[in-house]
Design a protein around this ligand. Structure first.
Ligand SMILES: [Zn+2]
Length: 140
């Protein structure tokens, strides 16, 4: 009698799965294409899955922007000048990523309008001289 009950408890040949919603619950799938404990967990995953990813991406970008600003701030404090230039390689060695900025503005440099990439408190432009790249840094 006891053995019969045990067999009925787990009649599915499918292996136990961890629910895909992120709840961590292990369940016995009834079908091969069942990846969630039930429809509530499926709905949760549908509503929260892509959103979670989006926020993760936003956090990554925000982190990179803040890092860039901190790196420029470090040199700003070191040089104690409103405008200065240094080898791009130096800031890159600190982890500076010139592709990470919030917007582009124009600032006249010797009466010629130049594009500067704004991070947060600082902005920069890349100056190419021969095969050496310099970065000009300004505080906003
Ligand atoms: Zn779940």
């Amino acid at each position: 009698m006891k053995q019969k009950e045990k067999k009925q408890e787990n009649p599915s040949p499918l292996a136990l799965r961890i629910c895909d919603c992120g709840c961590g619950i292990e369940f016995q799938p009834k079908r091969a294409d069942q990846f969630h404990l039930n429809s509530n967990h499926y709905d949760f995953a549908y509503n929260h899955g892509p959103r979670k990813e989006k926020y993760a991406e936003e956090r990554k970008v925000t982190k990179a922007i803040r890092k860039n600003d901190r790196i420029l701030e470090k040199y700003f404090r070191m040089f104690k000048k409103d405008v200065f230039q240094l080898h791009l390689l130096i800031v890159e060695a600190d982890g500076f990523n010139e592709g990470m900025f919030t917007r582009v503005i124009e600032i006249p440099v010797q009466s010629v309008s130049k594009h500067f990439h704004v991070i947060l408190k600082y902005c920069f432009r890349i100056i190419k001289q021969g095969n050496i790249n310099y970065i000009e840094i300004r505080k906003l």
